[in-house]
Design a protein around this ligand. Structure first.
Ligand SMILES: *Cc1c(COP(=O)(O)O)cnc(C)c1O
Length: 232
């Protein structure tokens, strides 16, 4: 059986190969280890193999693991759907939120971000797959949302996040990620915002995402194995 360290090495090799194929600097691409449903011991193993950034989808589960791992200098990213009554603990216990798709959530995160912490890093989740996806703001709503979020004092708008409809068709993957990159650069230009982040690419499509400019790839299964939702 392969260990988490083996898997990290394999994913690292995929990232390097993809960076090379598109003549990108590999240091501009960061690995976010998506650890939802996995125990704290698995995160410890990943930490020992060099991983520092972890992505979690479920608040209670994430807070429990954070308590078990206070001895490690980890960077925590919230990547799941956000209910408005859960914004306070997210503002208090995370460094990044990748899944903001409406202004109300952003306003609450800004109001609730503790003064002693730096501004919370934010990505706006955008839906580039139409009706196939339930979450994410529409490309049409994106400029107004980005403009409003960029004015909030305790948030730092960093860029966009997307979860395109899953497909093994590389051309379809490329088209979806290219659309995200195009939206990000048009926002940068139209609103004059310093957006340096594209959070896109998962275990099955990280190569296409890197080819289209991903700066964070969010990898779960390829690092930690399949998830068992029966025993959260
Ligand atoms: C679960 C999840 C991932 C990781 O997906 P894998 O296919 O297991 O790599 C990435 N991003 C988000 C938002 C997720 O919910």
């Amino acid at each position: 059986m392969s260990t988490i360290a083996d898997n990290i090495a394999l994913v690292g090799a995929r990232i390097r190969a993809a960076a090379q194929a598109s003549q990108r600097d590999v240091n501009s691409i960061h690995l976010l280890a998506v650890s939802k449903t996995k125990p704290a011991a698995a995160l410890r193993e990943a930490y020992a193999a060099g991983v520092r950034d972890f992505g979690e989808n479920y608040l209670q589960e994430a807070l429990g693991k954070q308590l078990e791992l206070t001895d490690l200098p980890l960077c925590w990213h919230f990547i799941g759907p956000i209910q408005s009554n859960k914004t306070r603990p997210i503002a208090e216990h995370f460094d990044w939120v990748h899944s903001v798709d409406r202004l109300k959530i952003a306003q609450r995160l800004s109001e609730q971000r503790p003064e002693h912490l730096p501004p919370l890093n934010i990505c706006i989740q955008v839906n580039v797959s139409g009706e196939a996806s339930k979450s994410g703001c529409t490309p049409a709503d994106l400029p107004a949302l980005a403009s409003a979020i960029s004015a909030l004092p305790r948030l730092q708008l960093r860029g966009l996040m997307a979860i395109p409809e899953p497909t093994e068709d590389r051309a379809v993957q490329d088209a979806a990620f290219a659309a995200v990159q195009a939206l990000n650069s048009s926002l940068q230009q139209r609103l004059n915002l310093p957006l340096d982040t594209l959070s896109m690419g998962m275990s099955h499509d990280l190569e296409a995402a890197i080819a289209q400019g991903a700066t964070w790839v969010r990898i779960g299964t390829a690092l930690f194995g399949a998830r068992d939702y029966g025993q959260p």
